[in-house]
Design a protein around this ligand. Structure first.
Ligand SMILES: Nc1ncnc2c1ncn2[C@@H]1O[C@H](COP(=O)(O)OP(=O)(O)OP(=O)(O)O)[C@@H](O)[C@H]1O
Ligand SMILES: [Mg+2]
Length: 282
């Protein structure tokens, strides 16, 4: 569905995205993980045609995305990292405005608004001004706004940042529902468990370079299915093993705070990002 081929994007002295290649399959949720400043937002803004890229190309359904390809752009819904709602308007009016911007007929905007307010549990708050709404409501409205024109492809840049567990879980359910309807999604998040729970595929990015694209299961297997985590008197250490017996055997040698558990995506993330930082430092 989306192909990112050899994309580069430079800002003055920063090479924000370096030769990025990525393929996102139709109907998948693809998680993009990386530390602050890794290049996630720059890559997303390039994919949705907001930046002129320096090299490479973006293809959506085989078609080349350029800044003025408005037909293709109308198939994409974008949830930006920073809240870009009109604070003075109500939730309902924000959706109305978004629908009008896409040139949707009035009656269709009305139907879509109602569907989305209901789906996100925002019906009773629809006439509240955004500035009087909670953080969870705003983040839900950001997603609803991106869905107003029923896009095939949804790009979400940290959609659940700073909201409580309940609102986050509701958003997760919504994203999985959209996935079951066949939508394709690219998601960035600093909540690794969010990516682990939602994503069919994960890519990691660091210093503009994409590496280790794979499913959670494969990534975990690459590092080792079991983790022996212990404190060596100074630091928390982790050792990874292919099987439980080997991990338990390693544990026998340590006293004190020490446990064997299944490896999580968070362990993989830390291992691989650190290895990449060390590689690029050499
Ligand atoms: N408009 C810009 N002008 C100059 N430099 C920029 C611009 N946007 C981003 N950068 C730089 O490009 C690099 C990548 O930034 P980007 O915002 O893509 O990272 P990110 O992975 O989204 O980080 P975060 O997790 O903090 O959102 C950083 O070094 C950043 O300072
Ligand atoms: Mg960002």
């Amino acid at each position: 569905m989306i192909k990112v081929i050899g994309v580069n994007k430079q800002f003055e002295d920063v090479q924000a995205v370096k030769d990025a290649t990525l393929e996102i399959k139709r109907g998948h949720i693809h998680g993009l993980l990386g530390p602050n400043g890794a290049g996630k937002t720059t890559l997303i803004r390039s994919i949705v045609g907001l930046y002129d890229i320096d090299a490479g190309e973006i293809r959506i359904n085989g078609e080349r995305l350029t800044r003025d390809n408005h037909v293709l752009k109308s198939k994409i819904g974008v949830v930006t990292q920073h809240i870009n709602l009109d604070k003075e308007l109500t939730l309902d009016e924000n959706l109305e405005f978004a629908g009008r911007l896409y040139g949707m007929p009035k009656a269709l905007v009305k139907t879509r608004k109602m569907e989305l307010l209901k789906a996100f549990g925002l019906e009773s708050a629809k006439d509240r001004q955004v500035k009087k709404s909670s953080g969870g409501m705003k983040r839900k409205l950001m997603i609803a706004k991106a869905l107003i024109h029923d896009p095939e492809l949804i790009i979400l840049d940290e959609p659940t940042v700073g909201i409580d567990v309940k609102a986050r879980k509701e958003i997760w359910e919504m994203l999985l529902r959209l996935r079951n309807e066949g939508k394709t999604m690219l998601l960035t998040t600093h909540y690794i468990e969010e990516a682990e729970y939602l994503s069919d595929m994960i890519s990691m990015i660091n210093q503009g370079v994409i590496f280790h694209t794979n499913s959670v299961d494969v990534l975990v297997k690459q590092v080792g299915l079991y983790c022996h985590e212990y404190h060596d008197g100074h630091h928390i250490r982790k050792c990874f093993f292919e099987n439980l017996d080997a991990a338990e055997e390693h544990r026998q040698a340590y006293k004190g705070n020490s446990m064997v558990r299944q490896t999580q995506l968070e362990d993989v993330y830390t291992e691989l990002i650190e290895a990449q930082v060390n590689d690029s430092g050499n």
